[in-house]
Design a protein around this ligand. Sequence first.
Ligand SMILES: C[S@@+](CC[C@H](N)C(=O)[O-])C[C@H]1O[C@@H](n2cnc3c(N)ncnc32)[C@H](O)[C@@H]1O
Length: 378
Amino acid sequence: MSRWSSYNVMNPGGQGTSYGDVQMRNKAFCDNSKDQILKIVENLVTKPHLENEPFTIADYGAADGSISMELMTDIISTVRSKCGKNKEIHVMYEDLPQNDFNSLFKRIHGIIPNPRSYLLDHENVYVTSTGTNFYKQCFPSNSVDLALSFTATHWLSKPVYVYDHVYAYFTQNKDEYNAMAKQAADDWVLFLKNRTKELKPGGWGVFAAAGSKDATPEEPACVAFHDQLIAMGTSWKDLFDQGIITKAELQRGTIAACSRSPRELEEPIRDSVELKTMGLKLHEIRLDAIPCSFVSEWRQKLEQGIDDREGVARGITKYFKTPTYNTFYTALSSDRSEEQKLQICELFYKGMEERLLSKHPEDLTPYYYYASTYVQKE
Ligand SMILES: C[S@@+](CC[C@H](N)C(=O)[O-])C[C@H]1O[C@@H](n2cnc3c(N)ncnc32)[C@H](O)[C@@H]1O
C-alpha cells in the first residue's frame, strides 16, 4: 500500500512542508495572468449582478491555497471597490481528496500566517472546499462567476504508460505518443465541459498550466521543464540499466501529465460541438516564456563571484520532487519493502541532480513555457 494512494498527489503536508512552504516559486505562474484576471473581474462586477447573489470564484487544483492567496486578495479588493462591503463573496477551493486540505484551512484562517489571508481583512467573504476530481462536476450548475486554475490542468485523468521515457511527450513510439495526445485532448474537453456547466452565463474561466511550443522550420519543439524532464528520464532509465528497477517499474514510472501547445489547447475546443452547444466561447490562448528562477538566481550570484552550480541542480531537483515523487514511489512494486522504495526514490533523485549538474546552467532552458486559456460562457 502506497503512502499516498494517487500518482498525482502533491505534498501530504506537515510542519514546514506544506505545498506553499516548498513550491512558492509557482507564484510567478499565477502572477503572470493577474492583470488580465483583475480586468475580467472589474467587467464582471460592473454588469448588473443580482444584489442578493454572491460573487463566486473557484480555484481548481488549489493545493493549500497559498499560491493564489494574493490574487484572491486582489480580486476581493476589486469586487469591494466596485460593489461595496456588503457584497457577499464566495471562494471555493477544489483539489483531489488526498490533498492537504488541513494546510488550506490553516492558511485561510491565518493559523499559517504567510501569505496573509484575505479572510483576516475582509467581511462577508465565505470559503468552502471540495475534494472532487476536476474531471467531474465539482460545484452546482450555473454557480461560478470566475473559474481559475494554475499549474494543474496539465495533469491528466490517468497515465498513458510508455517504456522509453518518464514523460510520454518524449516517447519515440508513435502509437504511445498518439495515445497520450488523444488522452490530453479528451481530458481537456472533459475539464472544460464540467467548468462550463458550473459557470454562470457570462462567467469567465482562466486556466493556466505548463505549456509547450510546437516545432517550427526554424526551431525544434520545446516543452515546459524540458531539461528537468530529460534529466529525470535518464536517471529512471539508469536505474533499469543497473538492474535496480524492473521493466514493469520502468514503464509505470510515467508522469501522467501533458504540457499542451496553444494548438493542442485550441483544436479540441474548436472541434467540440458539445462545448459550443453548451455556450463556451474561446477568447484567447497565450503562451508565455516565464523565466526559470533557478537560472536567474545563479546568474545573480555569479555577478557576485559565486558560481553555485550545485545549488542550481539541488534546487531544481528539490522543486521537482514535490509534484513527481508519488509517480515514482507508486511505480515501484508493492512486493518491495518501504525502506527499499525510499532508497530507490532517493537514488533516482540523486541521479537527476547529477544529470543536471553535468549541464552548465547557461545551457539550461532559461524559461518555462506556460499556456493560459481564457474562456467565457455565453
Ligand atoms: C502543481 S500543483 C498547483 C497548485 C497551485 N494551483 C499552484 O498554482 O501552484 C497541482 C495541483 O493540482 C492538483 N490536481 C492534479 N490532478 C487533479 C485532478 N484531477 N483534480 C483535482 N486536482 C488535481 C494536485 O493535487 C495539486 O494540488
